[in-house]
Design a protein around this ligand. Structure first.
Ligand code: BG6
Length: 364
C-alpha cells in the first residue's frame, strides 16, 4: 500500500528511520560495545582468521558494498573491496580460503549475485549474505548472514534497502573490529552513532520541500557530475545511479581527486556538479575542488555538514546532520534519493516503473 504517498519510492524514503531502527533492534551490545549478528555462523576464532573481505552485489547493492568495504577496512582494518557480482562470476576469480565473501542483495534473487555465490561455494569459499528477502535464493545459498529487516521494497529504485545494507555493513564492521583491535571506546562511539541514525535520517526527510525545489533546477540539465572522495565516493556513485535510473538524465560519478586529471574539461555552466563535502579530514581538499569547478562556471550543488564554509555563489547547499565520520555516507546518501525522486517527477516520469528496468533481474 502506498498510503498517502504518490509513489512507493517516496513512501519507502519516509520509512527509512523505522527501517534502520528495525535493523539495529536487539543487535547492539552496550556492555561490550559491539554488535551481535546471530546468523553469521562464524565464531570469534574464525572471524580473527579473515585476511580479506570481498563484497559482491549488483546495481545499488554494489554501491552499498563499496560503502561497506570502506567501513570494514577503515574500522576493522581488514583489506576490503567490492566488485559487481555480474563481473566476478564470469572472470574465473581466485578464491582464497581466508577471504570472507559477502553477497549483498535486496531481493535475494538477482541471478548474477546468486551464480557468484554458487561459484564461490563450488570452489570452497566462505560466503555470507546481506539480504532483505527472508528465505530467498541467496539467503538459502550462503553459509550465514545478516537480514536487513528493511521490510518489503516495491520501488525499482532502492532506497531503504540500500540504507539498511550500509547499516548492516557498519554493524558487521564493528563486530569484526571488536573481535580484533577496535577499542571499547571506539566501539561505543560507533554504536552511539548508529543509534542516532533514525533521528538524523528523519531530519533529512523533513527537508523534502526544499530538496524538491533544488531537484527542479537540477532536472534542467542534460548531464551532471556527482563527485566525492573516499567515504563520499560510493555516495556519489549511488546518487548518480539513482538519478540515471528514474530521471534518465546522464549522470557520472567521479572521485573529486580525479577531476583535475580529466573531466574538468567538461565542466561548464551546462554541466553542474553535485559535490559530497563532509566535515572530515579531506574538507580543505574538497573545498579546493569546489573552487576549481566554480572557476569554470560549473554550477555547484553541495551536500555537506553544519558549519562548513562553502564558497559563495553555489546553486544550492544541502546540509545533513553530522554523525561519526565512518557513518557519514549513510546520511549523505539520503538527500540524493530525494533529489532523484523530484527530478524524475519534474520531468514527468513514472518514478516507480522506470523504463527498461526491473526490480529484480533473474535472467543472465
Ligand atoms: C537491479 C535493480 O537490476 O538489481 C536495482 O534495478 C538493484 O535497483 C539491483 O539495485 C540489485 O538488486 P538486488 O535485489 O540484488 O539488491
Amino acid at each position: 500500500e502506498r498510503g498517502l504517498h504518490e509513489h512507493f519510492m517516496m513512501k519507502e524514503i519516509h520509512e527509512q528511520p523505522d527501517a534502520v531502527g528495525r535493523a539495529l533492534r536487539g543487535r547492539l551490545d552496550e556492555r561490550f560495545h559491539t554488535v551481535h549478528l546471530g546468523g553469521l555462523n562464524m565464531d570469534a576464532r574464525e572471524a580473527r582468521e579473515i585476511k580479506r573481505v570481498k563484497i559482491l552485489g549488483c546495481g545499488s547493492a554494489y554501491y552499498a558494498g563499496q560503502m561497506g568495504a570502506q567501513f570494514i577496512e577503515e574500522v576493522a582494518r581488514i583489506p576490503a573491496d567490492a566488485e559487481p557480482a555480474s563481473e566476478f562470476r564470469y572472470r574465473n576469480p581466485v578464491v582464497e580460503r581466508d577471504t570472507l565473501y559477502i553477497a549483498v542483495s535486496q531481493s535475494g534473487e538477482t541471478l548474477d549475485t546468486l551464480v557468484a555465490v554458487q561459484e564461490l561455494k563450488r570452489k570452497g569459499g566462505r560466503v555470507i549474505g546481506l539480504v532483505n528477502a527472508v528465505g530467498s535464493s541467496i539467503a538459502r545459498a550462503v553459509d550465514g548472514g545478516v537480514y536487513l529487516h528493511a521490510g518489503p521494497e516495491v520501488s525499482v529504485a532502492s532506497t531503504k534497502a540500500l540504507t539498511n545494507m550500509a547499516v548492516a555493513f557498519a554493524m558487521l564492521g564493528i563486530h569484526l573490529g571488536r573481535i580484533r583491535d577496535v577499542s571499547p571506546a571506539d566501539g561505543r562511539r560507533l554504536i552511539e552513532g548508529l543509534k542516532k541514525l533514525p533521528e538524523h535520517i528523519q531530519s533529512i526527510v523533513d527537508q523534502e520541500e526544499e530538496l524538491a525545489k533544488i531537484a527542479g533546477q537540477l532536472a534542467k540539465h542534460e548531464s551532471l557530475f556527482f563527485v566525492g572522495r573516499t567515504r563520499g565516493y560510493p555516495v556519489a556513485r549511488e546518487g548518480a545511479q539513482k538519478l540515471k535510473e528514474i530521471s534518465y538524465r546522464h549522470a557520472e560519478a567521479y572521485q573529486t581527486s580525479e577531476l583535475k586529471h580529466g573531466p574538468l574539461a567538461l565542466i561548464s555552466p551546462d554541466v553542474p556538479s553535485v559535490a559530497i563535502v563532509p566535515q572530515d579530514e579531506l574538507l580543505d581538499r574538497n573545498i579546493g575542488a569546489l573552487h576549481e569547478i566554480a572557476a569554470r562556471s560549473g554550477p555547484l550543488y553541495v551536500v555537506t555538514h553544519p558549519g562548513v564554509d562553502i564558497p559563495d555563489g553555489v546553486a544550492a547547499k544541502i546540509v545533513v546532520p553530522k554523525n561519526e565520520p565512518e557513518l557519514d555516507p549513510i546520511l549523505l546518501t539520503i538527500p540524493l534519493q530525494i533529489l532523484a525522486y523530484y527530478a524524475a517527477v519534474a520531468l514527468g516520469h513514472d518514478v516507480d516503473k522506470p523504463r527498461n528496468l526491473a526490480k529484480s533481474v533473474t535472467v543472465e
